[in-house]
Design a binder for this molecule. Structure first.
Ligand SMILES: C[S@@+](CC[C@H](N)C(=O)[O-])C[C@H]1O[C@@H](n2cnc3c(N)ncnc32)[C@H](O)[C@@H]1O
Length: 300
């Protein structure tokens, strides 16, 4: 693990209108459909606990309905409130405000962890991957999407000298603060170093081009994208890659559900306000159906 000399920065989505600014009415039906198609291909048909990390407003959360317990995690309380408004009536869904770098779950809890459009915001991807590995059961599945630095557009622009940064070098490219594109080989090494076996890769979102999207329907483009996603993963020239990774560790049963993200204690007592850690005495409040396990606490 990399030695860190300063606190890890977390992107701030609190109070953002991500849903309306980025998705609704913004011409991204193709991207949404193609991510759904790819996820459907890689998700198991059922399971006991699925955790989506960085679930935002719950855009993809309807895909998990066949799981017994679905845990939507995000650092943004306001986005989770939107998710709660949509799924809060269904007792299978749980809403947890938490930091991917300090997940508040017991070891070996989940059958599946999903992380879509989150990796590109993580400056300490190694730490995030090791947390996901910890909370997954041995032999179980981690589905992660990430932004591909070596995509066709970047390669062509670089070769035509219209872009100064080199898409072939392996270091992450931070195009604006806390927004990274990753080289596929570099990311594969991070995933493997965290203790996963990369089982499958899908190259997706090839048609993320306004001229193409204007001409063809999102459904048609998503169908073609889905058909080429597996073979195209050999070239990896798409802007987005989705990987299916298996936690390479022994199968153990988990020691409870939550773990204190501050002291790592497993003994949490529930009272009328939320959860109290019996080891470090920290209180994690439940507010409008969302357990606030964010650690470090957000600056107010
Ligand atoms: C681009 S949005 C994607 C949301 C959702 N996965 C989707 O595809 O619609 C990125 C999300 O990651 C969350 N996020 C970023 N850093 C995080 C961290 N350190 N811990 C937990 N969530 C984080 C943000 O709050 C935001 O909701």
């Amino acid at each position: 693990m990399t030695q860190r000399t300063r606190p890890i920065k977390i992107i701030d989505y609190e109070g953002s209108s991500y849903k309306t600014d980025f998705w609704e009415g913004q011409g991204r039906e193709f991207e949404d459909l193609t991510e759904r198609n790819a996820l459907r291909r890689l998700l198991p048909t059922s399971g006991s606990v699925l955790i989506e990390v960085g679930a935002g407003f719950g855009r993809l959360a309807d895909l998990y309905d066949s799981f017994e317990q679905i845990v939507l995690v995000d650092y943004s309380m306001s986005l989770l409130e939107e998710a709660h408004r949509r799924f809060g009536d269904n007792p299978k869904y749980h809403f947890v405000a938490a930091n991917v770098y300090s997940l508040p779950f017991a070891d070996d809890l989940a059958d599946v962890v999903v992380m879509i459009r989150v990796a590109h915001h993580l400056e300490a991807i190694d730490l995030a991957l090791s947390e996901v590995h910890r909370v997954l059961q041995g032999g179980k599945i981690f589905l992660m999407e990430f932004a591909n630095k070596r995509n066709a557009k970047a390669v062509v622009r670089f070769l035509l000298r219209k872009q100064s940064w080199n898409p072939f070098t392996e270091d992450p490219y931070e195009f604006v603060p806390l927004n990274f594109d990753f080289h596929p080989e570099w990311m594969r090494r991070q995933i493997e170093n965290a203790g996963f076996i990369v089982e499958r890769e899908l190259a997706i979102s090839h048609f993320r081009l306004p001229a193409v999207k204007r001409r063809f329907s999102p459904r048609f483009l998503a169908q073609i994208d889905n058909a080429i996603a597996a073979p195209a993963s050999f070239l990896k020239l798409s802007p987005s890659l989705l990987t299916k990774n298996i936690a390479n560790k022994p199968t153990r049963s988990s020691n409870g559900f939550f773990r204190c993200p501050r002291c790592y204690g497993h003994s949490l007592r529930q009272d009328e306000r939320g959860y109290v850690c019996t080891t470090c005495k920290e209180t994690w409040v439940i507010q409008d159906g969302i357990v606030d396990f964010r650690y470090p606490r957000p600056e107010s």
